[in-house]
Write a protein that binds this ligand. Structure first.
Ligand SMILES: *[C@@H]1O[C@H](CO)[C@@H](O)[C@H](O)[C@H]1NC(C)=O
Ligand SMILES: *[C@@H]1O[C@H](CO)[C@@H](O)[C@H](O)[C@H]1NC(C)=O
Ligand SMILES: *[C@@H]1O[C@H](CO)[C@@H](O)[C@H](O)[C@H]1NC(C)=O
Ligand SMILES: *[C@@H]1O[C@H](CO)[C@@H](O)[C@H](O)[C@H]1NC(C)=O
Ligand SMILES: *[C@@H]1O[C@H](CO)[C@@H](O)[C@H](O)[C@H]1NC(C)=O
Ligand SMILES: *[C@@H]1O[C@H](CO)[C@@H](O)[C@H](O)[C@H]1NC(C)=O
Ligand SMILES: *[C@@H]1O[C@H](CO)[C@@H](O)[C@H](O)[C@H]1NC(C)=O
Length: 532
């Protein structure tokens, strides 16, 4: 975002000088052409109207229509390209004004429906983008027909329809807390970021933690089950077909006082600087809710105590209800970068806490996850985190902490590389770019007439945010903080080549071999201690 602003500022300085040049250039060119004088005057009038008014709407319209010209000019000649930089978006705040004599919020028509980014991207997207095609591959041959899509409906909380850049929602079930609200809000911000670039589509979204479309239930040889229904969710599993999408917390989780990611990641970086790694408590820290349906976190809590040795962990049960009463003073994430090691462990499925834990510069002790969110799949054990086995957590944790305290330089490097991964690869722009490519890829698979269902309602940032008044201040705060104020001047990053089968196997092998190495060290240590 900061980058966008700088770009906008730099180009704005240009803007006024270029305006003049543009005018002289164009008028001399026009003089050379042999068209009738009337047309000259007419065209000039229009041109002068445009440049005089400096209205970005006109520029968006004119340049947006001549797509080819803008891009080809930009890539061929840097001097001429300056003329395209007149395409600067104005910031467009929410317009909560109600129409005369109405009480219901309507979607305004002043937001551009089309915008051609002026700065083509020279950067390649982070490695985790390479999984997008993998997630969509199962529909590559068949596409997604109406029949295939509707099979996902019984699982879904809501349907999102995007048609001509407008978004419609048909809600079937209310989700837990505001997961659905912020998921839809996120897609709306994507539309504000890249107007005119998201294809028409229909998608079904499930807000639960666990996947629903298990591979074992679908088989290519059984035509009645094939292809599986496409269902969007927050995390995936190697045995499931669910499509992975960024979770609501990037736009906020007001119920537990978690701010939207852009603001929170800055706070985390500041919190991170407060205590130097070497001055941090040389123990592994975890704070969370142990009462989830799987036993894994309760097992973890038992690592807190041992008769025979110092278990090297500091584990705390988070009671959200009492935290909420105390105003969340004890649960600020940015105040939790106080230990050299931090534990990540799944709950019902993947946990939102992952990005917060990883961004502390503390070495993350990652209990082998069963599920994956969209960004974890390119993380490498012993580079970004230390792997912990599920079935011998306590022993693995103690060894990892002791090892880190014996090898502080190496442990610090792993901690920092983990945080760098999050801070660089999980910039909000990339989160939007990831959504952009998932939806573009998904949109290409649509083999149906995208239609707005009779019970769906059009939703925009105004209809979601404006009616929220004092009662849910935190919700409105998260929305205001994460509102995309203008189309992106910068195009989406360049999508890297998807993984081939061979590459995937190699990545898996490399991960396993790193994990095996750690396992061997750990077992040797414990065998020695028990005198085996
Ligand atoms: C751009 O314009 C400047 C001065 O107007 C000129 O010196 C320069 O050679 C031009 N560059 C290109 C790439 O045409
Ligand atoms: C805001 O919306 C109202 C009602 O739709 C409209 O009359 C007004 O012009 C809009 N304001 C801006 C700045 O677009
Ligand atoms: C709004 O209501 C007033 C009084 O009820 C009426 O005079 C006016 O014509 C209405 N305006 C519109 C745009 O409907
Ligand atoms: C699909 O069915 C075939 C034949 O019934 C079987 O050989 C194959 O293992 C099945 N595949 C999966 C993924 O269950
Ligand atoms: C774990 O141990 C720490 C320090 O010894 C203690 O403060 C904490 O309350 C314990 N947590 C649980 C869940 O027993
Ligand atoms: C750490 O160093 C101590 C003292 O040298 C040693 O006893 C212990 O085994 C070491 N632990 C690990 C995990 O390397
Ligand atoms: C639309 O909603 C009405 C009332 O809730 C319901 O009876 C109807 O079946 C719904 N239509 C569809 C297509 O789901």
């Amino acid at each position: 975002m900061r980058e966008n602003l700088q770009v906008a500022q730099a180009t704005e300085d240009h803007h006024h000088q270029q305006q003049h040049k543009l005018a002289t250039n164009l008028s001399s060119k026009l003089a050379k052409t042999r068209v009738t004088a009337k047309i000259h005057i007419f065209v000039l009038c229009i041109f002068l109207l445009i440049s005089a008014s400096l209205s970005w709407i006109f520029f968006t319209f004119v340049l947006g229509e001549s797509r080819f010209q803008v891009t080809s000019v930009f890539t061929r000649d840097t001097n001429k390209s300056a003329t395209t930089i007149t395409n600067i978006p104005k910031t467009i705040p929410l317009n909560c004004t109600l129409l005369d004599n109405t009480t219901t919020q309507t979607c305004p028509s002043n937001y551009p429906t089309k915008f051609e980014p002026t700065i083509s991207s020279s950067e390649t997207c982070p490695g985790y983008f390479r999984w997008i095609q993998q997630d969509l591959k199962v529909w590559q041959e068949t596409g997604i027909t109406r029949e295939t899509l509707e099979k996902a409906k019984p699982h879904a909380h809501f349907r999102v329809v995007i048609k001509s850049g407008r978004l419609y929602v048909d809600q079937y079930v209310k989700s837990y807390q505001t997961r659905d609200v912020f998921t839809i809000w996120g897609i709306l911000q994507l539309l504000r970021m890249y107007p005119g670039q998201i294809p028409d589509l229909e998608l079904l979204f499930l807000c639960y933690d666990k996947p629903a479309i298990w591979k074992r239930d679908f088989n290519k040889t059984r035509k009645d089950t094939w292809p599986p229904p496409p269902l969007f969710r927050y995390c995936g599993h190697r045995d499931a077909y669910d499509i992975v999408f960024p979770d609501w917390s990037f736009w906020g989780w007001p119920e537990v006082n978690i701010k939207e990611w852009k603001k929170l990641s800055v706070a985390l970086q500041e919190g991170n600087r407060r205590v130097k790694w070497k001055d941090r408590i040389p123990y592994a820290y975890w704070k969370g809710n142990p009462h989830v349906s799987t036993p894994i976190r309760k097992e973890l809590m038992r690592c807190n105590f041992s008769d025979n040795y110092d278990p090297m962990v500091r584990l705390y049960a988070q009671d959200w209800r009492s935290e909420s009463k105390k105003g969340f003073k004890g649960s600020n994430l940015e105040d939790q970068c106080t230990h050299r090691y931090k534990i990540y462990i799944e709950g019902e499925a993947w946990s939102v806490s992952e990005k917060y834990i990883l961004s502390c510069d503390s070495m993350t002790l990652l209990v082998k996850p069963e599920f994956h969110d969209f960004f974890i799949r390119s993380m490498v054990p012993m580079k970004h985190y230390w792997p912990i086995r599920q079935n011998s957590k306590c022993g693995d944790l103690k060894f990892a902490v002791e090892w880190g305290n014996n090898n502080t330089d190496k442990a610090q490097v792993i901690g920092r590389q983990g945080s760098d991964y999050i801070m660089k690869n999980l910039e909000m722009k990339y989160v939007y770019d990831y959504m952009f490519y998932v939806l573009q890829g998904y949109g290409k698979l649509m083999k149906l007439d995208v239609t707005v269902p009779e019970n769906a309602t059009e939703v925009c940032s105004e209809t979601m945010a404006c009616p929220i008044t004092d009662g849910s201040r935190l919700i409105r705060q998260c929305m205001d903080d994460s509102l995309v104020m203008s189309p992106s001047v910068k195009a989406a990053c360049n999508l890297p080549k998807p993984y081939g089968d061979y590459e995937l196997k190699r990545i898996l092998k490399r991960r396993q071999s790193a994990e095996r190495k750690v396992m061997k060290w750990t077992d040797e240590y414990w065998n020695l201690r028990s005198g085996k």
